[in-house]
Design a protein around this ligand. Structure first.
Ligand SMILES: C=C(O[C@@H]1C=C(C(=O)O)C=C[C@H]1O)C(=O)O
Length: 358
């Protein structure tokens, strides 16, 4: 074969390359149209049966020189690329992603911006136990500049025999004490039936880890427009967390704050495993504020400061930490709650590391 023969063959190959590129690009445009139609009909994007049938059809028509396994492999790469296109398209449409809204969402409540330049701290006891208890905690927190007070009125307890919370009375106490100290109040709700009542007493609701995929609750909170702290489920992927947030935002409520609160792993020395990598990933993927729950993730008092520093260094917009006047007699989660002295030391050292806005 002469050099000119080789050149001619290569030119032919270049032409075929371009033809293949045009064909797979046209194919991709059809896949995108299928993807949009599937989204409208609520059909899953990935269809392994369909892909398997196409591969069988292709190998039946395979005349070589590639063997069937190679033909399957080549087309599986095309299917994989097509699916990634659909996934990217899908993400592009999610209201919670930066593909839809690049700039950070800042949620303003009573003059406090969550998700803005100032870091925020949500603090308070696991459970509202009494007016005196809440007053003592709020007084101490407010004196140190903390402005977001939390306390559980409805408790999502693993055992039905554990304290379930004061319910409406707990909301009333939180509302009263929050008002006395001019603090933003937040408390978990377990069911959409509690939402209207909560809206009368508190500034923000919390959807706990166990309810992250309680879709009827998510929809109700979406319809309500109330600011919401959405906690990651302890076995939830970050994508599932964002899709749960999408339930809320897609119903018109953009005031959603994401919370990393630890995930269930095999580790025994912490209550859950604080997934620090969740913070930069969520900040990259979504414009929503991201907070980190130091208490439910670690389940300990002695490591909240280094974990807080790690969370802030990873880009968290704020933190949650549980504080109780006397954790040894608390009705729930005593082992993880800081007492007032421990909190003061924690907050002093934390501010030395990163000044807190509230
Ligand atoms: C295009 C579709 O969606 C996906 C992409 C496919 C492809 O690239 O051929 C095939 C099946 C699905 O996984 C479809 O369902 O036809």
């Amino acid at each position: 074969m002469s050099t000119s023969d080789l050149e001619a063959l290569r030119n032919k190959l270049d032409e075929i390359n371009v033809q293949i590129l045009e064909l797979i690009s046209n194919r991709a445009e059809i896949v995108e149209k299928i993807g949009i139609e599937k989204q409208k009909q609520g059909i899953p994007r990935f269809d392994p049966v369909r892909e398997s049938r196409m591969l069988e059809n292709l190998v039946q028509k395979n005349k070589g020189p590639f063997d069937d396994a190679t033909v399957r492999h080549l087309f599986k790469q095309i299917f994989k690329a097509s699916l990634e296109l659909l996934e990217e398209e899908h993400k592009k449409h999610l209201l919670v992603t930066r593909k839809r809204k690049h700039e950070d969402t800042v949620i303003h409540i009573k003059g406090v911006g969550i998700g803005g330049p100032d870091k925020v701290l949500v603090a308070g006891p696991c459970t509202v136990e009494s007016y005196g208890q809440m007053y003592e905690v709020a007084a101490s927190l407010k004196a140190q500049g903390v402005t977001i007070l939390r306390g559980g009125a409805y408790k999502s307890r693993t055992s039905p025999y554990d304290f379930q919370g004061l319910g409406k009375e707990g909301l009333e106490i939180l509302h009263k004490v929050g008002g006395q100290f001019g603090m933003i109040t937040v408390s978990e709700i377990m069911d959409s039936s509690e939402l209207e009542l909560a809206g009368q007493y508190i500034d923000m609701v919390e959807i706990g880890a166990k309810n992250m995929q309680n879709f009827s609750l998510l929809k109700a909170v979406g319809d309500s427009g109330i600011p919401v702290l959405l906690k990651r489920g302890n076995s939830a992927t970050l994508e599932e967390l964002l899709l749960s947030a999408e339930y809320i935002v897609s119903r018109g409520n953009a005031q959603v704050i994401l919370m990393e609160r630890g995930i269930r792993t095999y580790e025994k020395w912490t209550r859950n495993t604080l997934d620090i990598s969740a913070v930069p990933i969520l900040k990259k993927e979504s414009h929503l504020p991201v907070l980190v729950d130091l208490s439910h993730s670690t389940g300990r008092k002695d490591i909240v400061l280094p974990c807080a520093k790690a969370a802030l260094a990873a880009g968290a917009d704020g933190l949650l930490v549980e504080v109780h006047p006397d954790p040894s007699i608390s009705l729930s989660d005593g082992q993880q709650q800081l007492d007032l002295k421990q909190f003061a030391e924690f907050y002093r050292d934390l501010n030395a590391f990163q000044p807190f806005g509230s």
